[in-house]
Ligand binder design. Structure first.
Ligand code: WTA
Length: 667
């Protein structure tokens, strides 16, 4: 299927006139994969011509495009205007009244989908549950009544802190049903992180579980909540779901068991008729500095883009079993593990636990047993699977898979090729989806039946989405020139503000480029208009006057057969201004020594050019990552510069990784 499978080629293409203001891109990946003919035949969008037509129509008349999609949903009252834009504040579908939970459940319960599986859940220990749309609707209605009885009113914030069990989605949807604003806090976060988020959003209630299963053991979540809410005056009550039978302390008057309250609740609950701009959720995302930002999303615009992007990007059909490995505690879990699939009436597979429990083949075993057709995961997981070895994958029958997706970080072309060949067996298109917590839904991605893909690029923006790559002064970059990724027009699922902090909203996203949203990412657009993300601009390194996106140097390293993962940072250097330091994790069968170090440096010189040759290569057993799997280059920068870490490490997943890096001898 590849037009040129043999060329993994990265070259040096500096743009002299703008080298000081833009970012030099050094990668030119030549491989191209057209959508398989049989896939295109049955796809929702089945050719580039069709995509171009949709894109042009949406660009010419955005109101008609988004309004047309919105008409397919249930409204208690139709909107007066599609968009009211007072830069940088948007009101979508003003005057309209709807309910996202009604659209995600009742609409299907009133159709043949009533008895269709909504959620197929698999616990870490292998236990299984299937919730049909009818049953999910019943549980959500009951829990919505529980919230009402507990005094939760439209607009009240509710914090949710539980592992990956169906009740997490039930709690989210019940909030939406009554108009409460959910604030899901990832179950790996500490008591301090909960306190900070609950106080910032002034949440009235916490919904949690007694515990969550993790790699054969369990973590007591209720104890963490107890510790957190000592300092949260706004919390009135805590609802506790029994999952692991941990020993927990139930405080009189404050704490209630989920099953006790559900036992009393009626199973019918009228959905609240909410304004289109009614707040739906706050989700906290950490910036590189400062306290976490509470990203606020609202009802109708989010609903419309979540559903339509899900339908087109994943080409969803009623027969599909869709498996997204993201936790509901992240935006990917909100949009593509909860709302998007349910709004489309899809069947999704929800897995409770770790990808390597009990062994490294858990995902592949799940896919084989449940006949999963679509897999959506992250580059960090893909790189971990590569490291663990192909045999974990190939021993399972993955012939049910028809589409693969990735999100969260730039995917290195070699990791893309591995995903394509070993998991997709050369048969499945890959959708590399670029988006952010702030964008609410996918912005740049192939449409799998239409867009020819190239390893390492998220390709073209979805219809209705206007992205561009610009210089610091806002003027567009030419093809293949690196610059800043911006969004030029408001879109329905855009964040509305940072909760309680309009100033920070304006400053963070709208002050760098006149009337354009700044994503914080560096990128280049190639001659086909494909967007290549070069990573966060904070991570850009300056080498001999050229600003290089770290992800390109990392991809060059990962294209060497010995390398599983790499992170590249710069440190000040007396002679050169800046020196490049690469932290490299090797595949299990390789040993880091001087010879390999030299080989890797030469490999980068060959792939990119001598300019990008790392001055120093450090072997790393693991790299420091956020809990959602992104490499924390900021910490590596500190380590490379001073061999110690002083910055904020609260979002770090595994502290042991840092200790290992610090202790290692740097020969
Ligand atoms: C990065 C996750 C390259 C990017 C949905 C973005 C990506 C940040 C991709 C948002 C991708 C996400 N290719 N980079 N396909 N997807 N990113 O808020 O830097 O957790 O700005 O949202 O992740 O991360 P967030």
């Amino acid at each position: 299927m590849a037009t040129d499978d043999a060329t993994s080629n990265v070259q040096h293409t500096v743009t002299p006139s703008t080298a000081e203001v833009s970012i030099s891109s050094v990668m030119t990946e030549k491989r191209k994969f057209p959508p398989p003919a049989d896939f295109a035949l049955n796809a929702h969008v089945s050719s580039m011509a069709e995509y171009e037509k949709l894109y042009a129509a949406a660009e010419a008349d955005p109101d008609a495009y988004w309004g047309g999609i919105a008409e397919k949903f249930h409204w208690f009252k139709k909107w007066d205007s599609v968009l009211e834009w007072n830069s940088p504040y948007a009101k979508w579908f003003k005057g309209g009244k709807t309910n996202i939970c009604y659209n995600a459940l009742d609409v299907h319960v009133n159709s043949w989908r009533k008895n269709k599986a909504a959620i197929i859940w698999e616990g870490e220990e292998g236990d299984e549950r299937v919730l049909t749309y009818g049953e999910l609707h019943r549980q959500v209605s009951k829990f919505a009544n529980v919230l009402k009885i507990a005094g939760i009113k439209p607009g009240d914030r509710v914090a949710i802190y539980m592992g990956m069990v169906p009740e997490l989605i039930i709690a989210v949807l019940a909030c939406a049903r009554v108009g409460a604003v959910h604030n899901v806090i990832f179950a790996g976060f500490s008591a301090h992180a909960i306190t900070e988020r609950v106080n910032d959003s002034r949440a009235r209630m916490v919904i949690c579980a007694d515990g969550t299963r993790r790699r054969g053991g369990s973590i007591n979540l209720k104890n963490i909540v107890d510790e957190a809410i000592v300092n949260t005056p706004s919390i009135r009550s805590v609802i506790v779901l029994k999952v692991t039978n941990e020993e927990v302390h139930m405080h009189n008057g404050m704490d209630h068991w989920w099953h006790d309250l559900m036992g009393l609740a009626a199973d019918e609950c009228e959905p609240a008729e909410l304004d289109a701009e009614h707040p739906l959720f706050v989700l906290y995302t950490s910036g590189s500095t400062g306290k976490p930002k509470g990203i606020l999303h609202t009802t109708a615009g989010y609903m419309i883009h979540a559903a339509s992007s899900f339908k087109y990007v994943f080409d969803i059909k009623d027969e599909d079993i869709y498996f997204c490995t993201a936790d509901v505690g992240w935006i990917t879990g909100h949009t593509y593990m909860a709302y998007g699939p349910l709004l489309c009436g899809a069947t999704m597979l929800m897995y409770e636990g770790a990808p390597n429990y009990p062994q490294w083949d858990r995902f592949w075993d799940i896919i084989n047993r449940h006949k999963v057709t679509i897999l959506y995961t992250a580059p960090t997981a893909i790189r971990a699977f590569i490291r663990a070895g192909n045999e974990w994958v190939t021993k399972h029958n993955l012939s049910s898979l028809r589409l693969l997706g990735t999100v969260g970080e730039p995917i290195n072309p070699e990791a893309w090729m591995w995903y394509h060949k070993v998991v997709g067996q050369g048969r499945c298109p890959i959708v590399d989806t670029w988006w952010q917590t702030e964008t609410g839904g996918i912005m740049v991605s192939p449409l799998p039946g239409a867009t020819p893909t190239k390893p390492g690029t998220a390709t073209r923006p979805l219809p209705g989405i206007a992205v561009d790559v610009v210089h610091k002064d806002g003027t567009p970059c030419v093809a293949n020139e690196g610059g800043y990724l911006v969004i030029k027009k408001p879109w329905p699922s855009m964040l509305r503000t940072i909760y309680g902090d309009n100033d920070r909203y304006e400053k963070t996203y709208w002050s760098d480029f006149n009337d354009m949203y700044f994503t914080g990412d560096g990128a280049r657009k190639d001659e086909d208009g494909y967007i290549w993300i070069m990573g966060r601009v904070d991570d850009v390194v300056n080498v001999s006057g050229h600003r290089l996106g770290t992800s390109e140097v990392e991809s060059a390293l990962v294209s060497h057969e010995a390398v599983a993962e790499a992170a590249v940072v710069s440190r000040p250097d007396e002679l050169k201004g800046n020196a490049l330091v690469a932290f490299v994790t090797l595949k299990d069968e390789y040993v880091g020594d001087m010879t390999l170090r030299e080989a890797l440096r030469n490999h980068v010189a060959k792939e990119i050019g001598p300019i990008a040759k790392p001055d120093e290569i450090r072997w790393a057993k693991g790299l420091p990552k956020t809990r959602s799997g992104k490499i924390m280059r900021r910490l590596l920068r500190e380590l490379a510069t001073s061999n110690e870490i002083k910055g904020d490490v609260t979002t770090l997943e595994d502290f042991g990784v840092l200790e290992n890096l610090r202790d290692q001898e740097n020969d």
